[in-house]
Design a protein around this ligand. Structure first.
Ligand code: RIB
Ligand code: CA
Length: 306
């Protein structure tokens, strides 16, 4: 199983992705945080609390950039709550954040283990962009690079743009132009990973873990018999655990940074038109297989946490 460095903005679906990592005992090289769903102070506090609540061991939690490279802040507190994890109250962390900045941590961690670590970004791409700008060899050192972000069909924060990309389009443009192949897990597939009522029922009865999963999902969206909130970030991490879950299609991806109405749009060209692909874009997902992986991981973690 590959070692993973997760850059995230917890965030309800980030939290449930971390729970997937915990339930599968995915080896983590680090958790770096970025401002996004809520401010950096809260995303970092949530990551620290989740590290202990989810029994993630002594994986370093390292804070990164609080805002976008150029643009002013936006957040998603209206979706994730002012705390970032809905109305869930976790026991406060007892162990501190790792010293230093996430950008340097990402560079040094990948440099120390070239070809061994998969980088997964589930928030705005500011830390990643500054890492590849500061050290372009980061794009060579990663084993793989996977993001939850973008789409080739529609936005969510507005008709054109998905939140992670829209929060820092300039960072996303740097990331897609860094010379690596970005595995882009966008809304096109993540919006199929819905926590429906039957799925939510499977999250009950898992002891302490249910105290996170159930209220977090209920806060994240209205759960019905065949609808509910999408666990966007967990789909991206699930790909690392089981690459058979997603269908990936090569594409040339550009990020709009100048559009009045389209800034943050990922412009995905599957025809390439003579260009080399800079991305593998998720165009299909095995929804049943995804939930089998997720619920199996949550059951194991629930037993472990008691
Ligand atoms: O658009 C969904 C993405 O934006 C997810 O990563 C969610 O956590 C928010 O950051
Ligand atoms: Ca996120």
């Amino acid at each position: 199983m590959t070692k993973v460095l997760i850059d995230c903005d917890p965030g309800i679906d980030d939290a449930l992705a971390l729970a997937l990592a915990a339930g599968t005992s995915l080896p983590l090289a680090g958790i770096t945080t970025v401002g996004g769903n809520v401010g950096l102070g809260l995303t970092t506090a949530n990551a620290l609390a989740l590290r202990e609540f989810l029994d993630l061991g002594d994986v370093p939690v390292v804070a990164g950039c609080s805002g976008a490279i150029i643009r002013g802040p936006i957040d998603a507190a209206e979706v994730h709550g002012t705390s970032g994890i809905g109305d869930v109250v976790l026991p406060p962390a007892t162990r501190p954040v790792h010293e230093g900045h996430a950008v340097d941590f990402i560079i040094e961690t990948l440099k120390a283990s070239p070809g061994e670590i998969t980088l997964v970004a589930t928030g705005p791409l500011t830390n990643i962009a500054l890492a590849v700008r500061r050290e372009p060899r980061v794009a060579e050192w990663v084993r793989d690079f996977v993001i939850m972000g973008g789409s080739y069909t529609r936005g969510n924060t507005n008709p054109a743009a998905e939140f992670n990309i829209l929060t820092d389009p300039e960072a996303a443009a740097i990331v897609f132009g860094a010379g690596w192949t970005v595995t882009m897990v966008g809304l096109d597939v993540t919006l199929q990973a819905l926590v429906t009522a039957p799925i939510l029922d499977e999250m009950r009865g898992l002891g302490r873990l249910s105290e996170l999963l159930v209220p977090a999902c209920q806060y994240y969206g209205v759960v019905t018999a065949d609808g509910g909130p999408a666990l966007h970030d967990a789909v991206a991490l699930a790909h690392v655990l089981d690459p058979s879950l997603l269908t990936l299609t090569p594409a040339a991806v550009d990020v709009e940074t100048a559009g009045v109405h389209t800034a943050g749009m990922t412009v995905v060209d599957f025809r390439l038109r003579g260009r080399s692909p800079n991305a593998l874009v998720a165009t299909g997902v095995d929804v049943a297989g995804f939930w089998k992986l997720m619920l199996g991981a949550y059951r194991r973690l629930g037993e472990r946490l008691g």
